[in-house]
Design a protein around this ligand. Structure first.
Ligand code: ADP
Length: 730
């Protein structure tokens, strides 16, 4: 049977280097992940820009809305003032209409009634009063005064001036608050006079520039509001108007009051400052006014043309506006965004750091594994025994240098070969397919049962090997891992030992056998010498003869034991089935005399039928019982107990005595040839009895051992296998 060498498509080296490259690339990738990468910065940067964008968007929307609200509130304030002025104008024109409705013109009493019906203080807050100014040419002044003094004798026109015409305030209601104004001539002062004339010429309501009203004790800015009336109703040209002009319905205003009237109830968030040219008419934008904002969010100037005057409305947002309109939202968005960005950056840093930590941990681990792997491969590389792994298909997967030495293949040659090319024969029962005498491996699992086999080198040489295979799984692959040892040398040495042992035994046998005869002669003749001539010899000569007798006796015992020893296992084929109890009984009979002499008590338990050499078994028992008697304690009665115990595949025999016992340190030594624990003059012996026992027991396939308590007694055990197969080939 032959196996083709199978070449793998990809050598394992190539696979390893590809895997290493992939691992290295992954390692580098993880290492890069341990640093802050441009992607991280990009994400953080983009997120920050988004935050800024969101902040800017929300902020500009808020600003826009705020501006719109300010604009609206500013327009509203201006609108309110204009509306109120409109209302006052309406009151003036109503006055004009009231005068016109009286065909004779209006008198003091009628005006009083009319003005009371107006309910100025309720309906027109801010207005100081409503009155009538007549235009009186110089020629008519006396008649005018005379007429007015009928109802009011102290009526007077004042102050004196040289304008050549009179515009006296004739009626004014409520008169009490305006007493100082009664009779005041508008012509005395240019501002009042100019506006009055302008009202006359345009036919429209007009107001004066800022003046200080005579009735205002505080002397704050004010103005007069005029509405002209003509004879015969409305006139359309300046000339007609001048010709038919009668007078003016007028209302004095103290600006402060007007504004309070207009705006008092409004919960305004803007402050106004109204000026007429360089004159400030009204000003809320000063520190004394509650809610003034020294750095207003918004400020705006609106120019309004009011009844012949140009008023500048300067409108500034107040603190309440700032308070209401300062939205935290954009700043919250910005702060929130920055916090999130920082957290994101922190997260990246933490992630990168833990990546680095994981990598360094992995590095440490892999270094440790590498060191372990190095150690292992060192062990494998330098192992004295061959280490080989085999796949399930029977192909060599790895081959260490010791294998290279043993089999003569280089590893790369051997890898891929079928194991049968290396291990040809075996001791297990496998088929010899090609009839070359080798029982070949059929099934790869058989490897597990092989303990020795025949190795085949690259050059075809065959040699004995010891094997030990086991199953392993590496990376999910099922493999057989084996240790191979070349036992050529050991085999040789064992054979040599066997051969020299045999020679030695043969020599011992021959020597002891051949020595017996001359020894017997020496002993017999010495005995003869003593008997025949003993009486004639002096005591010294007799003593010498005694010594010679003793020595030759000992020598005989030694030689006889030596002969026994060398023959102890020679009769290895003489196995038979016999009753060990009977054999023991025969042996004990031989000791009866000694038992009686020593008063020994001998007990024998149930003994089995065994399969062994009967003669040798008897000799074994003889030695052990003999020792029990020999090494008895003179101070104690000797008991001997012989038993056998079923131990499954073996019988265990025991010979227990109550003798002197053996010290524990000598328990093993006593089985060694010639080893004795006593001097020959104390207790006689050759030191071979137990050595012979060992040989006999081993020839049965068993073993012998002893237990003892020094001073109390000893137990000698020996085992005998129950069947011949367990005995092995001896
Ligand atoms: P020996 O010829 O001296 O009896 P053995 O080989 O029979 O030689 O025994 C070796 C030694 O073992 C003995 O010298 C003795 O000290 C010790 N020994 C053997 N059997 C016993 C026993 N039953 N009790 C105590 N000692 C023993």
């Amino acid at each position: 049977m032959s196996f083709e060498r199978i070449t793998p498509h990809l050598s394992s080296d190539t696979v390893d280097s590809v895997e290493t490259a992939i691992l290295k690339a992954e390692h580098d990738q993880v290492k890069r992940a341990g640093r802050l990468h441009w992607v991280h910065w990009f994400i953080v940067g983009a997120s920050f820009l988004l935050t800024l964008g969101a902040w800017y968007l929300v902020k500009s929307q808020e600003d826009e809305k705020r501006t719109l609200r300010f604009e609206k509130e500013a327009e509203q304030v201006v609108g309110l003032v204009s509306e109120r002025m409109q209302k006052y104008e309406d009151a003036l024109w109503a006055g004009v209409a009231a005068i016109r409705s009286q065909s004779h013109g209006i008198d003091y009493r009628e005006w009083k009634l009319y003005s009371e019906s107006l309910k100025i203080d309720v309906k027109y807050p801010g207005i100081n009063g409503i009155g009538v100014i007549y235009h009186v040419p110089p020629a008519d002044i006396s008649a005018f005064l005379a007429r007015e003094r009928i109802a009011r004798p102290d009526f007077n026109v004042h102050p004196a001036h040289d304008r050549g015409e009179f515009w006296p305030i004739t009626y004014i209601e409520p008169v009490r608050a305006n007493a100082a104004a009664v009779g005041l001539d508008m012509a005395h002062e240019a501002n009042r006079h100019t506006a009055a004339k302008k009202a006359r010429d345009t036919g429209k309501a007009q107001i004066t520039g800022p003046i200080v009203l005579v009735q205002d004790a505080e002397r704050t800015p004010g103005f007069l509001f005029y509405a002209p009336f003509y004879r015969g109703g409305t006139r359309h040209t300046v000339d007609e108007r001048r010709e038919n002009f009668v007078g003016l319905v007028y209302a004095p205003f103290i600006f402060k009051k007007l504004m309070e009237g207009v705006l008092a109830k409004e919960n305004r968030r803007v402050g106004i400052r109204i000026s007429d040219g360089a004159d400030v008419l009204y000003d809320e934008n000063i520190a004394e006014v509650a809610g003034f904002d020294p750095r207003p969010l918004f400020r705006k100037t609106i120019q309004v043309h009011e009844y012949g005057r140009v008023w500048d409305f300067q409108i500034s947002s107040k603190l309440s506006f700032r308070h209401d309109e300062t939205s935290r939202q954009p700043w919250l968005i910005l702060a929130g965004g920055i916090v999130i960005d920082s957290l994101l950056l922190g997260l990246f840093v933490v992630l990168a750091r833990s990546n680095r930590r994981a990598l360094s941990f992995a590095d440490r681990m892999s270094n440790q594994y590498q060191a372990q792997a190095n150690r292992l491969s060192n062990i494998i590389e330098n192992a004295v025994d061959g280490l080989v792994t085999v796949t399930e298909e029977g192909l060599v997967d790895s081959f260490n240098p010791a294998c290279e030495r043993i089999f003569g293949y280089r590893a790369e040659e051997a890898i891929g070969l079928h194991i049968s090319r290396l291990i040809a024969g075996s001791e297990v029962e496998v088929e010899d397919e090609d009839g070359d005498g080798d029982k070949e491996i059929q099934n790869i699992g058989e490897l597990l049962f092989l303990t020795s086999a025949i190795g085949v080198t690259r050059s075809g040489d065959r040699f004995p090997i010891d094997l030990s295979f086991s199953e392993i799984t590496i990376d999910g692959r099922h493999l057989f891992s084996g240790i191979v040892r070349d036992i050529t040398e050991r085999d040789k040495a064992e054979k040599e030992i066997l051969r020299s042992n045999l020679e030695l035994e043969r020599f011992a046998y021959v020597a002891s056998h051949d020595l017996q005869e001359p020894l017997r002669m020496v002993s017999n003749f010495t005995e003869l010498l003593r008997r025949e001539y003993g009486d004639g010899l002096d005591s010294t000569a007799q003593k010498y003869i005694d010594y010679t007798c003793q020595a030759s006796g000992r020598m005989q015992a030694l030689v006889s034991d030596l002969l026994d020893y060398s023959r102890a296992d020679s009769d290895s084929t003489g196995f038979e089935e016999f009753d060990s109890g009977e054999a023991v009984a025969v042996v004990l009979r031989g000791f009866e005399e000694q038992f009686e002499e020593s008063g020994a008590d001998v007990k024998v338990g149930a003994l089995p039928v065994i399969f062994a050499g009967k003669m040798r078994f008897s000799r074994l028992l003889q030695n052990l019982v003999g020792n029990a008697v020999k090494y008895r304690d003179p101070g104690r009665r000797l008991s001997i107990q012989i038993d056998a115990k079923d131990q499954g595949s073996e019988w265990w025999f025991s010979i227990r005595d109550t003798g002197i016992g053996i010290m524990p340190q000598y328990l093993n030594q006593i089985f060694v040839l010639f080893k004795r624990l006593h001097r020959k003059d104390e207790i006689t012996g050759t030191g071979m009895g137990l050595a012979i026992c060992v040989k006999i027991v081993e020839s049965f396939g068993g073993r012998i051992w002893a237990e003892s308590e020094f001073g109390s007694g000893s137990v000698f055990y020996f085992s005998i296998p129950k069947s011949a197969t367990q005995r092995g080939a001896r």
